[in-house]
Structure formats: C-alpha cells, structure tokens
Design a binder for this molecule. Structure first.
Ligand code: FUL
Length: 507
C-alpha cells in the first residue's frame, strides 16, 4: 500500500523558472533484476522529493515540544496510570513557545499531543485520560488548540506527535479495536485544528516479551492522513521523512536522501528506537553510508526518504527542574546545527515547556545565542561579487539566492569545476553548498581548494551534498578558491554556493 502512495505521486512534473523539467513527484522508482549498474545509477539520479517532501526540506530547522503528564511527575515515560489531575500548568502560554521558536529561526513546531502514557493534551472524545479531567482551566482547556491558534497567528507551521504505543488504553494489544481508537484520535487532531504539516509517529514501544503486542494499522493511518491533511509529511514510522538513527544531534557525513525501500520498514525503526525510559539512542552514525552505490545497486526499488535529526536541548525529552543547568550552550547548538542541517538533514530540536507551561529562561537564552552566532556567520557570503569561471553551464546561478536555478556540467559529465576569484583576499572557514534536489541528489565527492601563493591546497573535502552541506575547516586566507566535483551520478547540479567566516557570540 505504501508503494501505491508513491506511485500515485509519480506524475506531477513541475517546471522551474528556467523551464527545466524537474523530477519533483518522481520519489519512487522500481528496479528490475535485468537492469545494469549503470541503468540503476541513472534511475537513482532521477529520484527526487514529492511536493510535500520538497516543502519539508526547505524548513531546515523545526522544534519539538515534549509536554504532558510527565512534566508534572518528573518522568520520561509515564505508566499510563497517572491521575489526570496532576496536569496543571499555572501560566501556560503557547504564544510564548511559538515566539521563542520564531525568534530562533524555527519554521515548524510539533507537539506531543499524546505520549506513551496515553494522556491527551486535547479533550479527546474517546478517552477520559486527558486535559478534560485535569485541574487546568477546570477541565475546559485544550493545549493542541492553543498551540495551533498561536502558530496560525504567528505564521508558524504546526505538526502533531501521536504515540502509537499507549500504556493507558485498555484496548492496546487488541489490534483492530485499538487501531480504530487510534484512527479516531488521529481524525480529531487532523480535522479540528486547521492545517497540519507534519505527523510524527514514534518507533518506541517498551512492552516486553510478556507485554501486549499491538499490530499497528499503518496503511490505514497513512490513508487517513493523506485524506484529511494531504500536505502533511508523515515522519519516522511513515513514508516521507526518515529518523536519522541517533538522538545525539550528529548526522551522517555521507547522507543520501535516495534510499533502498527496505529502510522504511516500521519494524526496523522500532528495533532501533528507545528501549526504556533511560535509554538514549545516541550511537555514532557519522561514518555510516546508507545510500552509496554498493547499497543501491542491490535494491529492488529506490525512494526519496530524507533524514530528520531529533535531539533535545536538555538531557531529557521532558522538562526536569534539575536539568536547568544542563541546557545545551549556544556553541553546542551551533555545532549540532552544522552536524544536522549541514549534513543534508532536517534538525528537530526539542524545547520542553516547564511546569508553568512556559519555555524556561535558560533555554530561551541558549536559543538566542545560537541564533546570534548563525546570523552573524551567514550575514556575509564572501563569494557575492566574485568573478566565477567554470567548465560547465550557468555558473552565475550559484550566487542568485534561488534554489531553483542551478549550475551543471556539459552533457552528462560527472566531474566539473567552479573557480571563485574574489576582489580582495578573505579569511574563510565555512563552505555552504546546495544541490538542486528538484532534479535529484547526485554529488558523490568534492574538494574545495584555495590558492596559496602559486599552489592549490585543499581547504576541505566531502562526499554528499544534498539539500544543504555545510563544511567547517581551519581558516584559510586567499583571493582564489575552487570547487572540484570529482564524482557524481550523471551530471551534478549546484543551486547555491557560499563562503563564510564562523562568528562567535562575542564578535
Ligand atoms: C523516543 C521516545 O521514547 C521519547 O520519549 C521521545 O518521545 C523521542 C522523541 O522518541 O522514541
């Protein structure tokens, strides 16, 4: 059924401003056993995002709000037996959450409408375990509504997290019945609160071998989402956005958005997700390569399945007062940004509201510091105004701030070079690259060089680019730089190129 969803999306080809045919919508391709390696590479080099995935890619930086009964019990995973009366924020202000995120450059926020304990932050008709039986606003409150309204008012995109695992529901494990319950809850969330841009299905399920085993009705969940909110991406246990595979905040250096289809299996995602309340899947995945040639030539089909890196600003996902001093510093958040957004992945940063129902002052301070460093760093692209030369076509496009226009090589040449001559020497230590993913992701290897006297030296090198690649390196000073694309699947494309100097908070 998931295949069907992709095949249905195949046809909508959209042309960009240059009247170049893009591959938007061609986000699934089957491979037959007769196809040669070269043919498979050609297929891979034409897989591109669906329209909804393309919108998601452009968000780059999104936020999670883990909030619920755990906020008041100081737990990470509730048992589902908590008294709803425990939920009682004293100053809840969803507009403060959204303002904080907006100020930090975040483009979409996702609320844990229901975490594993089953407590619903909206007055669901289908359970008593919700805000309607809390003391907050005498049971008349609705956190989902307050947040959705604040998002609409402030131009923020809105997403929901609905935990498939539910420790409160008596029918969990009675598969058809629970699936119906889950669909009813999804329908409430997707019909009563306006537009929803992301639905996040967690892979965690801590029921042991003797616990209840629920067969989730994924296809029915996906169909309902497509019907009620066709623009929304379905993330993690879903077909549109992939969990990067760690909660450390550090993604892969080689990150392909084109993947063999098997990687979408929900069972595998569950196996790798959090196993108990204290487990943090923070494995080092930086050296893994999930979509390289050796993997795709064995695939039966290929799909556009981009990575999302989720990480909390604090050690826990939920607010704990004793972690107030452990909020990640602005510098750490910047490092995470470079290692997630800068590695062809979306960043989903968790900022948990406290018992008051507010984002804590320390979190706000760190976010503001992070934003300041990023703003200062990216304020000045030293390549602007440079003289550009290349052995390919349309090189000016890499500086026009339009991700739809692009440089490419002649014919199907898989290698190419862009030389950047500045008017004055500059010291830089950041390279930013963006491929035109409306066509596909193709670059496999590149080197960035600077002229030192009469000698070209390597400043940095990398493998994949994708939607965005940010590389930091030891500062180099020169007037002459060049980017060499050394390997690609068909002709590479480049939409944007930037040269920057990393700022510090005190600059
Ligand atoms: C995990 C969950 O178990 C955590 O509580 C948290 O929600 C995280 C985002 O995903 O799998």
């Amino acid at each position: 059924m998931r295949k069907l969803i992709y095949i249905l999306g195949l046809i909508s080809l959209v042309s960009c401003t240059q009247k170049v045919k893009t591959n938007i919508g061609n986000n699934y391709s089957a491979i037959s056993s007769e196809q040669t390696e070269d043919e498979i590479i050609r297929i891979a080099a034409n897989v591109a995002p669906s329209e909804r995935q393309m919108h998601w890619q452009e968000l780059e930086f999104t936020a999670f709000f883990h909030f619920g009964v755990n906020t008041f019990t100081d737990r990470e995973w509730g048992e589902g037996t908590e008294d709803p009366k425990l939920f009682n924020p004293t100053e809840l202000d969803a507009r403060q959450w959204v303002r904080t995120c907006k100020d930090a450059g975040i483009k979409l926020v996702i609320l844990t409408a229901k975490h594993h304990d089953g407590f619903c932050l909206w007055p669901s008709k289908y359970t008593e375990h919700s805000v309607k039986n809390s003391l907050w606003k005498n049971g008349q409150g609705d956190v989902v509504k307050e947040l959705a309204d604040a998002c609409r008012e402030m131009g923020m995109k809105f997403g929901v997290y609905l935990s498939p695992w539910d420790r409160n529901s008596q029918i969990y494990g009675d598969s058809p019945k629970y699936n119906e319950y889950f669909l009813n809850q999804l329908a409430e969330l997707l019909t009563n609160y306006g537009r929803v841009d992301e639905v996040w299905f967690d892979g965690a399920c801590g029921e042991g071998p003797n616990g209840k085993r629920q067969e989730y009705g994924w296809d029915a969940y996906y169909n309902l989402i497509r019907k009620l909110q066709p623009e929304a991406v379905i993330a993690i246990c879903g077909p549109d956005v992939r969990w990067v595979g760690t909660e450390s905040g550090y993604g892969r250096e080689t990150e392909w958005s084109i993947q063999p289809v098997g990687l979408r299996a929900t069972e595998d995602i569950a196996d790798n997700s959090q196993k108990d309340e204290n487990d943090v899947p923070d494995g080092n995945i930086e050296k893994q390569d999930l979509g390289g040639r050796s993997r795709i030539i064995r695939a039966e089909s290929l799909v556009w399945f981009p990575a999302e890196t989720d990480v909390s600003i604090r050690p826990g996902w939920f607010y704990h007062a004793d972690q107030d001093s452990l909020v990640k510093t602005p510098e750490k958040l910047v490092d995470i940004y470079f290692s997630s957004v800068g590695r062809n992945s979306g960043l989903l940063l968790n900022i948990p509201p406290d018992k008051r129902g507010l984002i804590h002052e320390n979190d706000i301070k760190s976010l503001a510091g992070m934003k300041l460093i990023l703003d200062k760093t990216f304020a000045m692209n030293y390549a602007i105004g440079a003289n550009l030369k290349s052995d390919g076509k349309n090189v000016k496009a890499v500086l026009d701030n339009d991700t739809k226009t692009f440089w490419t090589t002649k014919g199907e040449s898989e290698t190419g070079m862009i030389q950047i001559s500045l008017t004055e020497p500059q010291t830089i230590d950041v390279l930013s690259l963006q491929e035109n993913i409306r066509i596909s992701q193709r670059i496999e290897k590149f080197t960035f060089e600077y002229l030192d006297g009469a000698q070209w030296k390597t400043a940095s090198e990398g493998t994949t680019v994708g939607y965005k690649r940010l590389l930091r390196f030891a500062p180099v000073t020169s007037k002459e730089f060049r980017l060499k694309i050394e390997a690609s699947r068909l002709n590479p494309t480049l939409s944007e190129l930037g040269l920057y100097k990393l700022a510090s908070i005190n600059d």
